[in-house]
Ligand binder design. Structure first.
Ligand code: AMP
Ligand code: MG
Length: 329
């Protein structure tokens, strides 16, 4: 029975949420966007600093929880962009010191998986498709193992980069999805699955050349991009289900908001008798509710840092999913 304040700041989103006994009481955020061009880490960090107090106040207000009822402060420790993570950890330490409450450092990718519990997924294979990350993750003997991943860029960054080339600002994913709906023709693109991993940079180069040639409609290119890349993701996820013998597939990450990706996953699950889980959009894209949610599970299992130990906590920009020992599972 604890009340947890969660803080998310790994990339474009600064979020604060309150979770109590596994229930999300509030989930507030403010995201850095651009009308043209991609994410600039320093600018995103400045954004986070600018909005932190406003987001914090909103999260407390929405939840109806008083500051002094907070038992612990959970924050995204990594992986992520260093300037952004530094804003988050500084803010977390300030609150923790002011309230005299301990800190719980949370791995962002694992939080994407564990929040799946609110949908009923207990032991899933997660297809985690976000901006910077693309991994197929599942729990096996004390760790969340990465069964497959991108060998170069994350799927969201890949889509945003493609969008940028087509003159669209950040984030490009939602716009490309709506273009894809008006696609009429499938244009062949390289299909790049290597064992359990995927590679996207070759497809990106190919798409950029196609845009520059001006011979293709952006709608057809978006449609073809989705059909090709999502098929690659679904193939790897299906193989992970077969390999682990698990019966649940969970989607996570911002790209998972894409309805076509959800549909393709659903069809694959139906065909192999697995159950498909997909949290609502506010829990798919980067959010603080998942940080507070996993923070509570970790706190209840005994993870907590106070005093000198809390002061010495640092960010882990390159923390790997399988570096973390899941003491709470
Ligand atoms: P995250 O890093 O998990 O917050 O996810 C952000 C990424 O999700 C960005 O790269 C977005 O372009 C991408 N994204 C968001 N919505 C969609 C969508 N409907 N289709 C494809 N990508 C999306
Ligand atoms: Mg994420």
């Amino acid at each position: 029975m604890s009340t947890i304040l969660g803080i998310e700041s790994t990339a474009h989103t600064f979020g604060v949420a309150i979770v109590k006994n596994g229930k999300v009481l509030s989930n507030c955020k403010d995201s850095y966007t651009t009308s043209k061009g991609g994410i600039i880490p320093i600018k995103a960090a400045e954004h986070h600093r600018r909005v932190e107090q406003k987001v914090y106040d909103a999260a407390l207000n929405d939840s109806g929880v008083k500051e002094d009822k907070i038992d612990t402060v959970a924050f995204s420790q990594g992986p992520g962009l260093s300037p952004c993570l530094l804003e988050g950890i500084r803010f977390a330490k300030e609150i923790s010191e002011r309230l005299g409450k301990p800190l719980v450092p949370v791995n962002h990718c694992i939080a994407h998986l564990e929040i799946g519990r609110v949908t009923g997924a207990t032991n899933p294979v997660m297809l985690y498709v976000s901006g910077a990350n693309t991994q197929v993750i599942a729990y096996a003997s004390n760790k969340f193992r990465v069964f497959g991943e991108t060998l170069d860029i994350g799927t969201g960054n890949f889509i945003d980069n493609f969008a940028r080339h087509a003159g669209i600002g950040f984030p490009g994913g939602p716009k490309m999805e709506s273009f894809a709906k008006d696609g009429r023709e499938y244009i062949e693109l390289p299909y790049s699955v290597k064992g359990m991993d995927i590679a996207l940079s070759g497809i990106l180069t190919n798409l950029k050349q196609k845009i520059e040639s001006k011979r293709f409609r952006i709608e057809d290119l978006s449609h073809s991009m989705q059909e090709t890349v999502f098929a690659m993701l679904v193939e790897v996820a299906e193989r992970a289900l077969a390999h682990t013998g698990k019966k649940e597939l969970l989607l996570g990450g911002g790209v998972a908001c894409n309805k076509r990706l959800q549909e393709m996953c659903k069809i694959m699950c139906k065909e192999r008798g697995a159950i498909f889980f997909c949290p609502e959009n506010s829990l798919l894209t980067d959010n603080a509710a998942m940080i507070a949610f996993l923070g509570e599970i970790m706190f209840e299992s005994g993870v907590s840092f106070s005093g000198k130990e809390a002061k010495e906590l640092d960010i882990r920009p390159r923390q790997r999913t399988d570096d973390v020992t899941a003491t709470w599972r």
